[in-house]
Design a protein around this ligand. Structure first.
Ligand code: NAD
Ligand code: WQD
Length: 362
């Protein structure tokens, strides 16, 4: 099948491209490279053993540097595939979004415009081309702060910041689109805490600036880029006082997308699935697991709670286990081993010397 992957150069997108190619799919990536580099896609080609130019529309993996907000450019991508003798794009996996929770609070209009307007333009251009099957990157953040874990898909959704609200609103957009036109099928994948890297060590998470998430911060401390980790609070009502999260290996997550693409064939309408392990781990457990995996001590200091953090969040993944025939294969130890391999082999991420789309360069 030919699948359009928006945001395919990003962290989760690049890992998903590998698994799609491994399964024999053709992949068309669009990404504006705001938070990623083309180098990630060159490495995807390398891992999947795919040859040909990334810019040849007949390659197994083709890349267009396109912003979702640029409707004519998006229409041209569809025209190059669906309006030609080439095999048509049949389904879309939609990763492209801005995702920094803190930044979304200071730049709500940018987040709503990019994430929601971008999604609406995507849906309109898909509909013009008769493409109505989509897998959407949602998030555990849509469970808000009032539900009691384990979190189940039937629980009410809400959010505590503009990023989270953009996910809640996009889920609603998809529900309404599917109600208005039953030809649409949309799978909403609610990811818990994606972490880790491909086992090859060639692709992984490459955060811009200071990492906001736990694992990338830990790996940057381990490699000597930062002196110590701040643990945000040890007075939560949990076993060791630090927050509990459901960490999921990014390759398990990528494989969940493959299952979701298969599931679209059953014409499910709109439906949500949790992608998580169902097993919560504390911040201190993650540090200990990482120290075992890397053989490196992680200096840390307990500091005040981070505003907005919930004590505990983890999935009930039984719906995905049952209906997608999917469950996590990898453990927290695997996550740490793979995250460390990526960080130690690529201490500064995807360093590319010939060009950069990021202000200030590397
Ligand atoms: P990422 O930033 O690495 O990838 C997103 C990609 O989308 C980037 O390559 C970026 O350049 C691109 N992009 C953003 N806006 C775009 C636009 N308007 N047009 C074209 N490309 C655009 O992030 P990720 O961690 O891979 O996340 C992928 C998706 O998963 C996002 O929708 C995110 O909200 C969601 N998600 C991520 C997490 C997480 O912790 N990483 C958790 C839950 C959900
Ligand atoms: C995990 C734990 C922190 C950093 C976020 C988003 C969520 C989703 C996934 C997209 C917490 C603690 C962290 C540090 C620490 N993204 N921590 N020191 O907050 O569960 O989820 O990413 O949808 O929307 O909010 O993940 O990795 O930031 O934090 O002690 O330097 O690690 O307090 O307990 P979180 P995280």
């Amino acid at each position: 099948m030919k699948i359009l992957v928006t945001g395919g150069a990003g962290y989760i997108g690049s890992h998903t491209c590998v698994e799609l190619l491994n399964a024999g799919h053709q992949v068309v990536v669009i990404d504006n490279l705001y938070n990623s580099k083309e180098e990630a896609l060159r490495r995807v080609q390398e891992i999947a053993g795919v040859t040909g130019s990334l810019h040849d529309p007949d390659s197994k993996l083709v890349f267009y540097q396109v912003d979702l907000l640029d409707r004519p450019a998006l229409e041209a991508v569809f025209a190059a595939h669906n309006g030609s003798a080439r095999a048509p794009i049949q389904a879309v996996i939609h990763f492209a979004a801005l995702k920094a929770v803190g930044e979304s609070v200071s730049k709500p209009l940018e987040y709503y415009h990019n994430n929601i307007t971008g999604t609406i333009i995507l849906c309109q251009v898909m509909a013009q081309n008769g493409v109505k099957d989509l897998v959407f990157s949602s998030s555990a953040t849509v469970y808000g702060e009032d539900n009691q874990p384990p979190l189940v898909e039937t629980m009410p959704t809400s959010a505590t910041n503009p990023y989270g609200w953009s996910k809640v609103m996009m889920e609603q957009v998809f529900r309404d689109v599917c109600t208005a036109d039953p030809a649409w099928n949309v799978i909403l994948l609610r990811y818990f805490n994606p972490v880790g890297a491909h086992v090859s060590g060639r692709i992984g998470e490459d955060p811009k600036g200071v990492p906001q998430n736990l694992l990338p911060f830990v790996t940057q401390v381990a490699v000597g880029l930062r002196s110590q980790l701040h643990v945000f609070g040890n007075d939560y009502p949990t076993s060791d006082g630090t927050c509990l999260r459901d960490y999921i290996h990014v390759v398990d997550l990528a494989l969940g997308h493959l299952k979701a693409i298969e599931r679209l064939a059953a014409r499910p309408g709109v439906t949500a699935y949790n992608l998580g392990s169902g097993v919560p781990h504390s911040v201190l457990e993650v540090i200990a697991a990482f120290e075992r995996a890397a053989g490196v001590k992680i200096p840390y200091q307990i500091v005040a709670r981070r505003p907005g953090d919930l004590p505990t969040s983890y999935a009930d993944p039984s719906k995905a286990n049952r209906e997608l025939n999917w469950k996590v294969q990898k453990t927290l130890d695997d996550i740490c081993v793979d995250a460390w391999r990526w960080q130690s082999q690529n201490p500064k991420g995807y360093v590319v010397l010939w060009s950069t789309n990021r202000e200030g360069g590397e």
